[in-house]
Design a protein around this ligand. Structure first.
Ligand SMILES: Nc1ncnc2c1ncn2[C@@H]1O[C@H](COP(=O)(O)OP(=O)(O)OP(=O)(O)O)[C@@H](O)[C@H]1O
Ligand SMILES: [Mg+2]
Length: 283
């Protein structure tokens, strides 16, 4: 009966299912959402540098998803990424089961693909709210896509809207960049509450990859130590062992539109993110 009903629904459905245009691959990506409730803490810098390091130094096939309407991933890599034919918005809003593979573009970095610049993503965020299953649109659009990659990194926007929730629901792990400031710390607490709710309601498999201290200015010893102490006391070993120091080379690489490893493999920012990638690859 159940089978008949499904067949009947299929016949009557106004929107036909998309034909499976992609063959399933042989991989099963770990999806890492890079998220924080505070702006400017290094989410994009971390997403780009981690994705590039995993692709360059660990032989992984990596997809970097630009889920922020600001399009900063594409700005940061503009010298290494060509134009995309299809925006991620059209995939997220497609009712027929479109795949993120539709909007993927290769980069000049071996093994790294990204989703292209999408200026319509801000408007899409509102439209997503009108869709049934609005929180699982990205997860569904990764079903086949994730079988073609080893790691998928999602650069989330700073606000907790439909896009960020989609990023978290699609994620296996969340990486939280946090600069050493009381406001960032507050944002970590609030995000971990959200992740707990998402784990209870929508994505029981979600896990915390860790809290990454970013933009650490070695001159502010007292504040840095106080923040580290508080994170360690509250979240224990969730604080990752490596620190990302303030490094103007990271900004300079972004100004040139290239990943930091193409800019200068030996600079402090590059070394710090390489250490993060090693830790992630072994986790
Ligand atoms: N470790 C660092 N050292 C120096 N500058 C940095 C560092 N990390 C990030 N920046 C700079 O700080 C600014 C904000 O970084 P980034 O865009 O990565 O933050 P974000 O959290 O993604 O911001 P948003 O919330 O707007 O998406 C950028 O100009 C970037 O170049
Ligand atoms: Mg950003």
């Amino acid at each position: 009966m159940r089978h008949l009903l499904k067949a009947g629904l299929r016949r009557l459905a106004a929107v036909p299912a998309a034909s499976p245009r992609y063959q399933a691959g042989t991989r099963r990506a770990t999806v890492i959402a890079v998220a924080a409730r505070k702006g400017g803490v290094g989410k994009t810098t971390t997403s780009v540098s981690l994705a590039a390091a995993l692709a360059r130094f660990h032989g992984q096939k990596v997809l970097l998803i630009d889920l922020d309407p600001q399009g900063h991933v594409n700005t940061a890599l503009r010298a290494q990424v060509g134009p995309s034919e299809k925006p991620i918005s059209s995939v997220l809003l497609d009712e027929r089961g479109a795949e993120i593979l539709d909007c993927v573009v290769p980069t000049a970095i071996p093994n790294l693909d990204v989703t292209g610049l999408d200026l319509g993503l801000a408007a899409t965020e509102d439209l997503m709210g009108t869709r049934i299953g609005k929180e699982v649109l990205l997860r569904d659009a990764l079903k086949i896509t994730r079988t073609h990659y080893d790691t998928i990194v999602i650069d989330c926007p700073p606000n907790l809207g439909n896009l960020s929730v989609n990023g978290l629901v699609a994620a296996d792990q969340v990486l939280i960049p946090c600069d050493p400031s009381p406001l960032s710390l507050k944002g970590v607490t609030s995000l971990i509450d959200t992740i707990t709710t998402i784990s209870n309601r929508l994505n029981p498999d979600i896990d915390l990859l860790g809290i990454l201290l970013t933009r650490v200015d070695g001159r502010n010893v007292t504040v840095n130590e106080a923040i580290v102490k508080e994170i360690e006391e509250t979240y224990g070993t969730a604080l990752l062992p490596m620190r990302i120091g303030v490094s103007t080379d990271l900004s300079k690489a972004q100004m040139e539109g290239r990943d930091v490893f193409a800019y200068d493999q030996g600079c402090r920012g590059a070394m710090a993110y390489r250490e993060l990638a090693e830790w992630v690859a072994e986790a």
